[in-house]
Design a protein around this ligand. Structure first.
Ligand code: HGY
Ligand code: MN
Ligand code: MN
Length: 420
């Protein structure tokens, strides 16, 4: 397809209408956001709504063994198709755009292609992947990891949620334990449209991000076991305070990240004490540590220093430790040919662009294991995400969707040869 026929554009009103309709599922009162933790009833309702839209468009819809859903236009398999998509599960303080934007923009692209009778040269498809957030079931990007063959289905189905539910049971309960095989069919190429979720594009006053890859992600759960005791009668030297150890580790993560400096980031998002009472020395404490960096060597050194600190502090307090890796993904580089295309198309459509890595994990990093993959970013207002106040301006939302439309058409016309 020579150049970008500006005449071909998505229907912005239709697109915004779907975004609002999906955001109403699990809406967080008084905000723009929504809460649809993976495989909950809210997630089921969101899934059913999007599948209805896919079927209304006449797409060939398949559901695989881990609940990934793909709708194909112009074929009954995604093999050899240009696939776009993202996720519709959210965190508990979710915004309406994280993940949802990419799925609904993909749907909008396919409806535009249908409406305008565009000959795309090869099938196009849109999908949503199960449990991208990883908040309820770890790891994140679980569905796309299974789709790409990075995690066995049987192992995924046995994963236990933070609330005790078992993934396979929840999939069956909500009616999305499908029959389509995993690993899934290999697409011709994959491109994901997503909000940046950080402050870079807004700060640099750039319209569209051509994403070069995803930084390394390391999630660890530390379970500390000490001894509950009386807060008043127990001398400090007698204590085996699991809560104290957990909080020392949490403070150390922050201090270590400050010492290492950007782009290193570190988060202790979960902390649980037991019995969690004002006058009882904590018997047990659990924390999660999320550390990320674009440089895997630096990330590994951070992980090692945290592990050493944990052993030292717990040992000094007479507290035992159990460490569990919840997620560990090395940095991923997207395919230069896809990055170039995103950049060219965005510019042809009149956008300013820049290249940047993704700070968040994304399904595209898993599809990159099997086919040429890349991402399109649009700015997040004040860089806020995983917060109901997450916002991207309508004009930016639509501009990004048009970049997706034309990038998919150009990918369809691109011969990637041996793929890798
Ligand atoms: O945690 C992440 O990077 C993503 O939101 N799953
Ligand atoms: Mn996301
Ligand atoms: Mn997210």
């Amino acid at each position: 397809m020579s150049g970008t026929s500006n005449a071909l554009a998505i229907d912005g009103r239709r697109f915004q209408r779907r975004l609002a309709e999906l955001a109403a599922v699990g809406a967080i009162e008084g905000t723009e956001g929504c809460a649809r933790l993976a495989l909950t009833d809210e997630d089921r309702h969101g899934r059913e709504l999007v599948v209805t839209w896919m079927r209304d468009l006449g797409l060939h819809v398949s559901v695989d063994g881990v609940g990934n859903v793909v709708g194909v236009l112009g074929a009954d398999t995604v093999a050899g198709a240009v696939l776009t998509g993202s996720h519709i599960d959210t965190v508990a303080t979710g915004g309406r755009f994280d993940g949802n934007l990419g799925v609904l923009a993909g749907l909008e692209v396919l409806e535009t292609v249908i409406d305008r009778g565009v000959d795309t040269g090869r099938p196009l498809a849109v999908g949503f992947f199960t449990n991208e957030e990883g908040s309820r079931f770890a790891p994140d990007m679980l569905g796309s990891l299974v789709y790409a063959g990075g995690l066995q289905l049987e192992d995924a189905l046995d994963i236990v949620a933070i609330d005790g539910a078992v993934l396979g049971d929840e999939l069956a309960r909500i009616g999305f334990r499908g029959a389509a095989p995993v690993p899934g069919p290999v697409p011709h190429a994959f491109v994901e449209y997503h909000i940046e979720q950080g402050p870079v594009l807004e700060r640099e006053e750039i319209d569209v991000g051509a994403v070069i890859g995803v930084q390394g992600i390391s999630w660890t759960r530390f379970a500390f076991t000490g001894q509950s005791n009386h807060a008043g009668t127990t001398p400090m030297s007698y204590r085996r305070d699991a809560g104290y150890v957990a909080m020392r580790v949490a403070a150390f993560v922050r201090e270590l990240v400050a010492e290492v400096g950007p782009p290193q980031v570190g988060t202790v998002g979960r902390i649980e004490l037991h019995p969690n009472l004002v006058n009882v020395v904590a018997a047990t404490a659990t924390i999660t540590v999320d550390v990320r960096n674009t440089d895997d060597d630096v990330l590994r050194s951070v992980e090692e220093r945290i592990a050493r600190f944990v052993a030292d502090v717990a040992g000094g307090e007479g507290v035992s430790v159990e460490a569990e890796t919840l997620a560990r993904f090395a940095p991923v580089a997207f395919d230069d040919r896809v990055i170039d295309l995103v950049e060219v198309v965005a510019k042809e459509l009149g956008n300013t662009t820049m290249r940047l890595p993704a700070g968040a994990g994304h399904d595209a990093q898993m599809l990159a294991r099997v086919c040429p993959a890349g991402m399109i970013f649009v700015p997040s207002v004040h860089g806020i995400s995983h917060n109901p106040a997450e916002h991207t301006d309508p004009a930016d939302i639509e501009a990004g969707a048009n970049v997706l439309l034309h990038t998919m058409l150009r990918l369809a016309a691109t011969d990637f040869g041996d793929h890798r």
